[in-house]
Design a protein around this ligand. Structure first.
Ligand code: GLU
Length: 447
């Protein structure tokens, strides 16, 4: 097989979220695993809703993730090609003018449904005479244009879904061009796929029905349809529709929360497949493990807890140099290796280190309740001599337990409150050496 050429085709009408990143990733892994080509096509034919800012944003996100593209182009620069393809289809009698208004179409659909028939467009416009059309035009109506489906079955062997068969007699002839002359997605996509010699169209299963029509358009325009792979959609952890949550799952939000690209990529690559969900440290490894045959038919459940767990495994092994910049953003004191190596095991994201940094290096207000004052004085006296290390907390509280007779919460909570100013927080054994002897003594002396 020659090397695959694939495309990821987002519309720049919003931010990338985990759902469309997954489509990009599957395309990338499939192509790059075989030395193929990954093209980024910007589907900006909807010039009203597309913006340069969204386009820049999605390119920045793909770059952050490492999903680099070999080539990119914008559909908005290619209207001449789409016009030529539309003319060709018109000449072949496969693109016909329709004059129904949205209301009229709606009425037709309702009548069909009330008669127990599928709400398929009745092709009334195919019978319009030149006179009828002239009359409509004189009324100020503009045509929209439909592609004439063959009425036969379109079949393909989907790389994820297996053998597919769409009866084009049971779907409406798709509108390719709107009244205002603008293109819907269907035709430009086929024109571009032919032009870019796309070998595999890999996208979400919401496009399966489109594929029936698009395969016919490929053939009409003299191309052969690429192979197709339609992946199940993402759902949330409860199996529900996911769209409402997408705002919190855009790449910039995840980045701001301290989630690493490889956590996102590992999760999305393994989700809904027969492989275990485990973190990998490079896209190349994910590519070497990728196969369409591993992708199941059930919706893929995206669970943020799994994403965080994967991120945590990456964080626990992350060397200081790799997170230095993120730690600097937390505080100058946090950007030191000793601090990072002490806290990383307790962090799910790099940002979690902030709690440790605040307590170790920030201004805290010790809390000592009246009934704990003597206990805290006792603690101060029993603090082991010398540099505080990872054993100090255990030894210190062991000695205090014996001396005071306190145990459990009564033993630990007053110390936590005096040393951190909070009732909750990180592991004291980890934080104590970072606070350091001088500050520990100072905080205890507030009692
Ligand atoms: N712009 C289309 C979408 O985002 C592309 C679909 C395709 O891959 O063909 O749904």
């Amino acid at each position: 097989m020659s090397s695959p050429i694939v495309r990821f085709a987002p519309s720049p009408t919003g931010k990338l979220h985990v759902g469309n990143v997954r489509t990009a990733l599957i395309n990338w892994l499939f192509a790059k695993g075989q030395g193929g080509t990954f093209i980024l096509r910007i589907d900006d034919t909807d010039t009203e809703r597309s913006t340069q800012a969204y386009e820049d944003g999605l390119k920045a996100d793909l770059t952050w993730l490492g999903l680099v593209w070999d080539d990119t182009f914008n559909q908005s620069k290619r209207f001449g090609m789409y016009d030529a393809a539309a003319d060709k289809l018109r000449d072949m009698g496969l693109l016909y003018a329709c004059y129904e208004t949205a209301d009229e179409l709606d009425r037709k659909r309702k009548i069909a449904l009330s008669r127990g028939r599928p709400p398929v467009y009745d092709r009334a416009a195919l019978n319009l005479t030149d006179e009828d059309k002239a009359k409509y035009e004189a009324e100020g109506r503009k045509p929209h244009w439909r592609f004439k489906l063959s009425g036969e079955r379109v079949e393909w062997n989907d790389l994820v879904r297996g053998p597919q068969s769409i009866d084009t007699a049971s779907v409406s002839d798709p509108v390719l061009i709107r009244e205002d002359g603008s293109y819907l997605y269907t035709l430009p996509s086929v024109v571009d796929d032919i032009d870019a010699k796309i070998t595999h169209v890999v996208r979400g299963e919401d496009h399966v029905t489109n594929s029936g029509a698009q395969i016919e358009i490929f053939k009409a325009l003299g191309g052969t349809a690429p192979d197709m792979a339609h992946t199940p959609l993402l759902v949330d952890a409860e199996g529900g529709a996911f769209s409402k949550r997408l705002g919190s799952l855009s790449m910039d939000t995840l980045e701001a929360r301290g989630i690493f690209p490889m956590a996102i990529l590992s999760h999305l690559a393994k989700l809904g497949t027969s492989d275990n969900i485990e973190a990998r440290d490079s896209l190349d490894v994910l590519a070497s493990e990728f196969a369409f045959s591993k992708i199941g038919r059930a919706p893929a459940k995206f669970d943020e807890r799994d994403l965080l767990a994967l991120n945590a495994t990456l964080v626990h092994a992350m060397p200081f140099e790799a997170v230095k910049a993120q730690l600097e953003a937390i505080s100058p004191e946090a950007a030191n290796e000793r601090f990072w190596l002490a806290v990383r095991e307790n962090c799910q994201t790099v940002n979690d280190a902030k709690d440790f940094a605040d307590i170790a290096y920030g201004q805290i207000e010790p809390i000592v309740d009246a009934e704990d004052q003597d206990f805290i004085k006792q603690a101060s006296d029993l603090l082991p001599e010398g540099e505080i290390n990872s054993e100090t907390w255990k030894n210190w509280t062991g000695a205090l337990k014996e001396a005071s007779g306190r145990k459990g919460r009564g033993l630990f909570m007053p110390l936590r409150k005096a040393l951190t100013g909070q009732e909750h927080g990180p592991d004291m054994g980890v934080i104590l050496p970072l606070i350091g002897r001088e500050a520990v003594v100072r905080r205890l002396s507030k009692a």
